[in-house]
Design a protein around this ligand. Structure first.
Ligand SMILES: Nc1ncnc2c1ncn2[C@@H]1O[C@H](COP(=O)(O)OP(=O)(O)OP(=O)(O)O)[C@@H](O)[C@H]1O
Ligand SMILES: CCCCCCCCCCCCC/C=C/[C@@H](O)[C@H](CO)NC(=O)CCCCC
Ligand SMILES: [Ca+2]
Length: 574
């Protein structure tokens, strides 16, 4: 149990909301406390933090402030302590004492007590977050209310969602979406006083169609419970609605799209959950719910895919031709298998070892500082993404929504490929923890284009295995990777058909290369896997739109080493 003294004193010492600058600190009589406070304020991440000291021995705080403060700090030296930034407090509630006292017999004999509970984010291993709580007790009702009021005011200052629109796909992944939402997410939203309008979808595209009709301005965000396919649906609904409301023609591949400011939260309940994993660092419904509650914001690049001036789809994770297109096509017939379908179809497609001939042309992304071969990955507060954000703002200032003519050079590559993968983000997921392109950025306005040329089955297996371990998957002579801002692809079959439409033999799908009977090259086209959905056209034109939308996420945080070392420095000071 923890007992507290007056909010002003406590918060003053610990550099919380009442004072952000050292000079405004007035508690000069407490020399030791002052010294501690000055040193704490020099630590990164402690601005505006309240410090909750967990202490196994319980005491009621006396009125003598000096003794009180020193007592707190002294008694913390050898005990557990933690500090919680105010931005990571979930809720503050008056505590139901009847319930608490039943659990703690010794307090029953005492005078009337008052208490409140602070719910906060506790960071665990592997980017997992949990809701933890600490209860503060007090004999003085007024003091207790003063604390509750002070903390609630502090929470009001945070910009957090209050009203959310939730779509649940009951059939995604292992068909657990509804249960996950009701048992793990809804109680947290209610604790954080978030109101929700919940739709359980009844068919594919239900959520997307609904987003064109609802009064979207009523909501601070949209939550989708499901996998990448469900996220894609919600994203298409929101971006499409935004363009429609602004009179932008999505069929024009060069149209500058209007940014979508309403954030999407993803509660993972699908088969791959790549977007969630790549933006949060883990596929875990409670962690995602807490990111939504705190009102985190992560901008995201979105690519548009067109064919012959017709809009096909948007993509944020994988746009893959060849291997991943074939895996998807085969796996769609096996949906009943659940997430296992990808393992089955993956193995089958690997054995078939088809390669496809075609031409890729692309514009290298010269505006961004990074390269796909960088050793560092995109992390929370990434400076490369921030630089792209600044460029975007400058460009908007200069041209507004006008389209800027793009004269930059195109590179052309012809060949036979086992896989052509374009990824807007790393595409990390539980199957591949560092993803298809570990150094790809979430919001730098570029995609990584990975070309896997024809090679032996054994070499392709070596390449695939590197998606699952720490080795560099680009360190192969048959793999090339480019950072691009746009690209086009045309299959050889289509090129031939366009140049010689009378050659009927070439239109026969499913045949193999006639010139070289032993060749694995498939005359038929593969299909594009666009974030887990197949595209009808093999010839496509792709353009990356920098930071077109936002998620309730903060990117993957650096390992907790830094946070832990901050905390232990605070402990040392105490
Ligand atoms: N009620 C529904 N009935 C049938 N299909 C639906 C329904 N609601 C949504 N869908 C569609 O189901 C598709 C797949 O859903 P979802 O992405 O949630 O699961 P998944 O495919 O198992 O996971 P992942 O995309 O991560 O591999 C989506 O494209 C979505 O449009
Ligand atoms: C011998 C060991 C070889 C193991 C190779 C494992 C490689 C796994 C890489 C996984 C990359 C996933 C990229 C994300 C794609 C999503 O947009 C999409 C929709 O959810 N999922 C798939 O297409 C599902 C794709 C699943 C492919 C297996
Ligand atoms: Ca990107």
């Amino acid at each position: 149990m923890l007992f507290l003294h007056k909010p002003a004193t406590y918060l003053g010492i610990t550099n919380s909301f009442c004072s952000h600058s050292a000079t405004r600190f007035t508690c000069t009589s407490f020399e030791k406390a002052c010294a501690i406070r000055y040193q704490i304020s020099g630590l990164r991440g402690t601005e505006g933090a309240i410090f909750l000291f967990q202490n196994r021995c319980s005491w009621i705080l006396a009125s003598c402030k000096k003794v009180l403060i020193l007592t707190i700090f002294r008694s913390c030296v050898h005990t557990e302590s933690c500090f919680v930034p105010t931005s990571e407090i979930i809720a503050v509630e008056e505590t139901d004492l009847n319930k608490k006292q039943r659990n703690s017999g010794k307090w029953q004999k005492m005078a009337k007590l008052h208490a409140f509970t602070v719910y906060y984010v506790k960071k665990a291993q592997n980017h997992r977050w949990r809701c933890s709580d600490v209860t503060f007790w007090c004999v003085d009702e007024q003091l207790c209310n003063q604390w509750i009021q002070a903390l609630k005011e502090l929470l009001e200052l945070q910009t957090r969602p209050k009203q959310l629109l939730v779509y649940i796909n009951p059939y995604g992944g292992k068909r657990q979406g509804k249960r996950i939402y009701e048992q793990k997410v809804a109680p947290l939203f209610s604790l954080a006083s978030i109101s929700t309008d919940v739709f359980v979808t009844e068919r594919a595209n239900h959520a997307k169609d609904n987003l064109f009709e609802v009064n979207i301005n009523k909501y601070d965000g949209v939550v989708c419970v499901g996998g990448d396919g469900m996220f894609s649906e919600v994203m298409h609904g929101l971006i499409g609605r935004m363009q429609k409301d602004s009179g932008i023609d999505q069929n024009n591949p060069k149209a500058p799209l209007v940014q979508c400011n309403i954030r999407i939260g993803i509660i993972p309940a699908g088969s791959t959950d790549c977007v969630c994993y790549s933006t949060v660092g883990i596929s875990d419904p409670v962690t995602s719910a807490l990111h939504i509650i705190l009102g985190d914001s992560q901008p995201l690049d979105v690519s548009s895919v067109h064919h012959n001036n017709t809009f096909l789809k948007y993509t944020v994770s994988l746009l893959g031709y060849g291997f991943y297109g074939d895996v998807l096509k085969d796996s769609e017939k096996k949906r009943w298998m659940g997430p296992m379908r990808y393992d089955y179809s993956g193995f089958k497609t690997f054995l078939s070892h088809h390669c496809y001939e075609g031409t890729i042309s692309f514009q290298p992304a010269k505006h961004t500082l990074g390269s796909p071969r960088d050793k560092d990955s995109c992390r929370t507060g990434c400076h490369i993404c921030r630089q792209s954000e600044q460029q975007l703002a400058e460009q908007r200032k200069k041209c507004g929504l006008k389209h800027e003519e793009d004269e930059e050079e195109w590179k052309v590559i012809k060949g036979k490929f086992l896989a052509i993968n374009a990824v807007n983000m790393s595409c990390a997921c539980p199957r591949s923890p560092k993803g298809l392109s570990p150094a790809a950025h979430l919001a730098d306005g570029s995609a990584d284009l990975i070309l896997v040329r024809k090679c032996s089955r054994f070499d392709f297996l070596r390449y695939l295995v590197r998606h699952t371990n720490q080795d560099d998957q680009f360190d192969f002579s048959f793999v090339d990777v480019y950072r691009v801002k746009s690209f086009q692809f045309t299959s050889k079959l289509l090129e031939d058909n366009e140049s010689d439409v009378t050659d009927i033999g070439k239109k026969h799908f499913g045949q193999f290369c006639r010139d070289h009977p032993a060749c694995c090259c498939n005359i038929a086209n593969s299909t594009w896997n666009c974030d887990g959905e197949t595209l009808d056209s093999s010839a496509i034109e792709v353009r990356v739109h920098c930071q077109l939308m936002k998620l309730f996420a903060r990117g993957i945080e650096e390992n907790h080493k830094e946070a832990v070392s901050n905390q232990s420095r605070v402990e040392q000071l105490l």
